[in-house]
Design a protein around this ligand. Structure first.
Ligand code: SF4
Length: 457
């Protein structure tokens, strides 16, 4: 009986591949890993610990709290895994690691090499990320570069969470899928060095070390929690813009600068452009009006859905439509008690949002929902959204993007299966490798070309 149950997941994945023949097989497994997490054997953790470990760069992105990780996985697990080969002949595919000791997917060690198994069946080989030279270095104040300026997407992106807390606080304000505040608490409790507010000086020092080592990083993201009042006497735009201004002054055009904040009024968003930011991510999280109100109560109350969307379109006038890339969280449309009950309805709603933005030349992107257990939606929906939803979303995003003839979103490296490095969803894996390139960004900061680049090692 147990045997039959175990085989069931493998059969489901196999059937999903057959039902979605236009999706890369690698993307099917990638989405399944992102929605449900992956386990590691003790030997695999030992191997991973010698490489680049999970830095908890903003959220936990795990399916169990740190306190419940009996194998202390959170200290040794890799930031990402690289899938390749195996019976399905996978092309290189980079997947963010979301820990779940109970997952049927396990990374194990076979004759000294890491492999991915599903219910005991070998799926493919696994490459673990090597430790970049800058990860072993420390700042003058003793903090490690991997805490201040960790890198993801196989080294492509430097992720600068400069404020690790969100001022939307508690159940009536926090986005119901987001564990930024809970994760901060659990990391501090677990004893991980975890700076609440990173100083501009720390960021510059860490970036100088990264630049000095000649690392192939191509972009940086500045982000953190929302600032609804002030932080250190500054409002949200002023606070986050100061980091971009300092980076661009010290390292002009060295990286593609990206900013993730709330959708801010036009003149405030312009501060980012003037500071040298090329790409703006005012994330709208979920399209449906009622779901936005229920799932993002703080954003709904402080800004409002229609105003949020208008600000996204206004930002396109400043940055250029291709350079405004709002994120949504793929899967929360189906989270109970608020969400749609059928994949059909959820996809119809998400598609309406894609058409709205893409018809204006703005291509949203998505991260695959990880039902984090310290969030209301994660607690109520430990299984997340069905795999079928995630696969339909990939097809819908790909087809809508192609329908409007939009370019490859800039700032993510090369598109296409076997080349994409974006690790928290497969949207880059399903774009045709020969899709048109984005136009050069306009205005200040345009000296730095958003040239696609592949980071491989
Ligand atoms: S605004 Fe929402 S998603 Fe963003 S950090 Fe705050 S709670 Fe999380």
């Amino acid at each position: 009986m147990a045997e039959r149950r175990e085989r069931e997941r493998l059969r489901q994945v196999d059937a999903a591949m057959a039902a979605h023949p236009t999706l890369p097989r690698e993307a099917v497994v990638k989405e399944d890993l992102l929605r449900g997490g992956v386990a590691f054997s003790a030997a695999a953790l030992e191997l991973a610990a010698a490489g680049k470990r999970k830095a908890y760069f903003i959220f936990s992105f795990d399916l169990v709290p740190l306190a419940d990780m009996a194998g202390r996985e959170h200290w040794s697990a890799p930031e990402e895994i690289w899938l390749e080969g195996g019976p399905w002949g996978f092309r290189p595919t980079v997947v963010s690691v979301r820990l779940n000791p109970n997952s049927p997917y396990r990374v194990e060690v076979d004759e000294g090499r890491a492999v991915l198994r599903l219910e005991g069946e070998m799926l493919c080989e696994v490459k673990l990320p090597p430790t970049p030279a800058y990860y072993t270095r420390a700042l003058a104040n003793g903090k490690r570069v991997n805490e201040i300026a960790p890198t993801i997407e196989w080294g492509y992106l430097i992720y600068l969470t400069v404020f690790r807390i969100c001022q939307y606080f508690g159940k009536s304000e926090e986005c119901q899928f987001c564990d930024i505040n809970e994760n901060y608490r659990q990391q501090v409790q677990a004893g991980r060095p975890y700076t609440g507010v990173k100083s501009v000086e720390e960021i510059l020092e860490a970036l100088a070390i990264i630049a000095e080592t000649g690392a192939e990083t191509r972009a940086y993201t500045i982000t953190g929690g929302s600032i609804t009042s002030q932080l250190k006497g500054q409002r949200e735009a002023e606070f986050y813009a100061q980091y971009a201004a300092a980076i661009e002054q010290r390292f002009p055009g060295r990286w593609i600068g990206k900013m993730v904040t709330q959708a801010l009024p036009k003149e405030e968003a312009r501060r980012f452009k003037n500071a040298g930011i090329q790409i703006y991510h005012p994330n709208y999280e979920v399209w449906d009006a009622e779901l936005f109100r229920q799932i993002c109560p703080g954003k709904a109350r402080y800004v409002g859905r229609e105003e949020w969307h208008q600000r996204i379109l206004d930002a396109a006038e400043i940055f250029g439509p291709a350079y405004v890339i709002p994120n949504f969280v793929g899967g929360i449309e189906m989270a109970q008690p608020y969400g749609f009950r059928t994949v059909e309805e959820a996809i119809a709603s998400t598609a309406a949002g894609l058409r709205f933005f893409m018809s204006h030349g703005v291509a949203p992107r998505f991260t695959t929902w990880c039902p984090e257990p310290l969030t209301p939606l994660g607690q109520a929906n430990p299984q997340g959204a069905p795999l079928e939803y995630h696969l339909r979303l990939l097809e819908t995003w790909r087809d809508t993007h192609a329908h409007y003839g939009l370019p490859t979103p800039p700032g993510y490296g090369d598109p296409g299966a076997g080349r994409a490095v974006f690790s928290v969803s497969s949207f880059m894996d399903v774009i045709a490798p020969d899709a048109p390139l984005p136009p050069a960004p306009n205005g200040p900061g345009s000296a730095a070309q958003a040239a696609p680049a592949t980071v491989r090692n």
